[in-house]
Design a protein around this ligand. Structure first.
Ligand code: EPS
Length: 387
């Protein structure tokens, strides 16, 4: 299974094509739009989110509410496009740099300068339009389809914000449905009410300062059988593939599983998860400090993966940079942006993780129809039981 996305942040639309989804899967448009709307929320976002009301149109691969096995094509319109028809016109336009809103002062931390150097572009708008995190709307729509496949097999996903800047949420071991219920009610997607207030106050301070702030988000996946991914080849290790997908989310810089970076300072006896067995549960672990993976394969315990998001690079308080025309030092160009997008990034992370698990699920149980996959899946579960 694979997908590609296309589209610019101020262009007419985002487009995604998913290849390899099985046929006969019930397709919920509502679920795709629900995920898109979840991504748009979150305390700390800028004015752009008041313009957009993301919904996806399906323009291929679904008929009478079910997948056909053909590529699924999804389109999300940019409502803001109507303000950018000249600047983003695909035909050549006459006019000054001002009319074209040409960008020549790269923002530190953004893709602007590297993209300009690499693609030999003297208008950095060509870089920022595509590198914008707007693209994550398309990836959330794709993940929302993957989630429907996983849902057929009882796999559940939750996301929660663990840290925003200096405020850390108290992490509690709650049932996954409870995490989903509490985070859905929270403007910063936390389960800890005390931290919620402090995080919102912190975002206000940061915004007043013309600054931005990052954080940590956690994704939990339950109901994944043991044995997705593989130890036999480097690029089949599923924890590695999820890590790549998480780091590919705009502004994400680090990933950890389970107790994560704490593993570096603890002895093995306090890191590894002891193996137990019961007739009802089969093999299971006393703890889940490794976050659901050993040898690049799922253990059957919940997957617990965290991602670190750096502060958004577009600052109202610009950092020093160099003008690509004059080569003179300059304060970086200010573009409208969000002070904090960590809550939205939590939704993005859930959906990119869902995609990677769905890909591994299809590799293991792959078939062309949902019925074929179900038969393979049930056969495997019976094999695990007999083992
Ligand atoms: C973004 C800048 C802002 C964000 C945008 C990501 O957009 P604009 O430049 O139009 O103000 O709102 O995020 C989205 C549009 C979105 O849908 O998440 C950036 O530079 O990455």
């Amino acid at each position: 299974m694979r997908f590609l996305t296309a589209g610019e942040t101020h262009g007419p639309q985002l487009t995604a094509i998913i290849e390899g989804m099985p046929s006969n899967m019930r397709f919920s448009f509502e679920e795709v739009n629900n995920q898109l709307q979840r991504r748009q929320k979150g305390y700390g976002r800028g004015r752009r989110m008041q313009i957009e009301q993301d919904t996806a149109s399906v323009v291929g691969g679904v008929r009478h509410g079910k997948t056909t096995g053909a590529p699924i094509a999804l389109v999300i319109e940019n409502k803001d496009w109507k303000h950018w028809t000249t600047v983003m016109n695909i035909e050549p336009i006459e006019g000054s740099d001002e009319d074209k809103r040409r960008v020549h002062r790269p923002r530190p931390g953004h893709a602007d300068l590297n993209g300009g150097l690499k693609y030999n572009l003297k208008d950095l708008r060509n870089v920022l339009e595509r590198s914008s995190a707007r693209e994550t709307a398309a990836r959330v729509a794709v993940g929302a389809v993957a989630r429907q496949l996983l849902g057929e097999f009882g796999i559940k996903i939750a996301g929660q914000v663990i840290r925003i800047g200096k405020v850390e949420a108290q992490r509690r071991d709650l049932p996954i449905d409870e995490i989903n219920r509490l985070t859905e009610e929270s403007p910063v997607r936390v389960t800890d009410k005390r931290a919620e207030q402090q995080m919102m106050a912190h975002i206000d301070e940061i915004k007043q300062d013309g600054d931005s702030i990052g954080g940590i988000v956690e994704c939990i996946v339950e109901g994944v059988p043991a044995g997705l991914g593989s130890h036999v080849q480097w690029d089949r290790k599923l924890d590695g593939r999820i890590a790549q997908a998480v780091i590919s989310i705009n502004a994400f810089k680090a990933v950890e599983y389970g107790i994560g970076f704490d593993m570096a300072r603890l002895p093995g006896s306090q890191v590894h998860d002891e193996i137990l067995y019961s007739k009802e549960q089969g093999f299971y672990r006393r703890t889940n400090r490794l976050g659901g993976f050993e040898g690049g394969m799922t253990t059957g315990e919940p997957i617990i993966v965290r991602g670190v998001m750096k502060p958004i690079p577009t600052l109202y308080k610009p950092l020093q940079s160099v003008d690509i025309d004059s080569k003179e030092p300059f304060s970086a160009q200010v573009e409208r942006s969000d002070a904090c997008a960590v809550p939205a990034a939590s939704v993005v992370m859930e959906n990119v993780v869902a995609w990677e698990i769905a890909v591994a699920f299809m590799e293991k149980f792959g078939g062309d129809s949902i019925e074929e996959i179900r038969a393979n899946y049930e056969h495997y579960l019976a094999q695990l039981e007999r083992y």
